[in-house]
Design a protein around this ligand. Structure first.
Ligand code: ATP
Length: 366
């Protein structure tokens, strides 16, 4: 059974339509990440699930029960916010246990639960401190601890790592993933960060302008994006988009880039449903699918090209190199020692078996 079922959900703020008809089912125990650019409505959707925002139209069910009119505290969900929302005058221990007091739980049981959560999060030493006496990362652990002690049926996270520096964010991301592995409770997590979405999610729900653009397992979205928007949102560095014209002939299909100076043959087995000869298309190539050519030609589906590297961005383990193809910049992910300086000319292999193709007019995948 779906733990959360959302049907035709809408939210209007006055004349502004922030959520415009969302249908979504979230199975019990799944880690779902709502992701999308700023303003796409993901926080609004999460807040409606929490009961913090009134629903304009549609329905939200939790465990088979419609909760549209149910008060937040009766929904048995726990929310972790970006700004932690801790009580400054209360110790860490009291902050974590606060919600349990209201439930009239005995002091012994509250203490037991607070200790267990603190141990899970590695903050047992901090229980007597005040929020201002601990770091940002520790505060976020306290906020998560406050959610854990309630044993909610759903955890809701609203950009919980946004206020942390990059290193701490990576560390906390791992801890949240481990928490889900350990307790297997349904989690719904809002972020605008595609790396957080890719690494945490069982399922990504990618939103745009108040609707779902595509949802599915992270690798499905990454490898089979339904639109240019999805392809461009997931992946860092970004996919390179090359406008061209589709040529379908006796010998198969190809994309002629720019004025036709470079013609890229498509793999023979590539489905081209709905595509027509001469149509304007966008070829999408990820940096990791362009490599330095070594040895034998790689065969069908691979294109070997001599290119001049005009920009090199080493990261230590890899090196991102930019070159021009039919006058358009393309990025390759090379091994660290493949190229030593810009200006070098090398041969690259472009793996077209992994490339995406989009209709330039609709921006949808072909
Ligand atoms: P962000 O990552 O920036 O938080 P988001 O995708 O979470 O973005 P929401 O916070 O859900 O976006 O907001 C969606 C849209 O609704 C935005 O355009 C926002 O300005 C608008 N909005 C949100 N809350 C209100 C409000 N209380 N009154 C009016 N408009 C609002």
């Amino acid at each position: 059974m779906a733990e959360v079922k959302i049907t035709s959900l809408h939210k209007k703020y006055g004349a502004f339509h922030a959520v415009r008809g969302i249908d979504l089912e979230i199975p019990d125990g799944e880690f779902t990440v709502l992701v999308g650019p700023s303003g796409c409505g993901k926080s609004t959707l999460l807040r409606m699930i929490a009961g913090l925002e009134e629903i304009t139209d549609g329905e939200i069910e939790i465990a088979g029960e419609v909760v549209n009119e149910m008060r937040p505290r009766d929904r048995d969900v726990a929310m972790v916010f970006q700004d932690y929302a801790l009580y400054p005058h209360m110790s860490v221990s009291r902050n974590i246990g606060f919600g349990l007091k209201a439930r009239k739980m005995s002091k012994a049981e509250i203490d037991g639960r607070v200790r267990a959560a603190a141990e899970m999060l590695g903050i047992t030493d901090l229980l007597d401190r005040l929020p201002r006496q601990i770091s940002g990362g520790q505060r976020q652990r306290v906020a998560i601890g406050r959610a854990i002690v309630r044993s909610p049926r759903i955890f809701l996270f609203d950009e919980p790592l946004s206020n942390l520096d990059a290193q701490l964010r990576d560390e906390m991301r791992g801890e949240i993933k481990r928490l889900h592995q350990d307790i297997s409770t349904t989690m719904i997590y809002v972020t605008h960060d595609q790396i957080e979405a890719m690494t945490l999610a069982d399922r990504i729900v990618l939103m745009r302008d108040g609707v779902i653009e595509q949802q599915g397992a992270p690798l499905d979205l990454f490898e089979r994006p339904a639109s240019i928007f999805v392809a461009g949102f997931l992946g860092s560095p970004k996919m390179t988009f090359l406008p061209g014209r589709l040529e379908i002939g006796d010998k198969g299909a190809a994309v002629a880039l720019g004025d036709g100076a470079v013609v890229i043959p498509l793999p023979a087995d590539r489905p081209l449903a709905g595509a027509t000869n001469g149509m304007s298309v966008i070829l999408g190539v990820r940096p990791e699918h362009v490599s330095r050519a070594k040895g034998q030609d790689l065969g069908p589906g691979h294109l070997r090209q001599e290119v001049a590297i005009d920009l090199l961005q080493p990261t230590g383990s890899r090196s991102y190199a930019t070159f021009k193809l039919a006058g358009m910049p393309v990025m390759a992910e090379l091994e660290a020692h493949d190229v030593s300086r810009p200006g070098e000319t090398i041969a690259v292999d472009i793996n077209l078996n992994r490339a995406s193709l989009f209709d330039a007019a609709s921006e949808k995948a072909i």
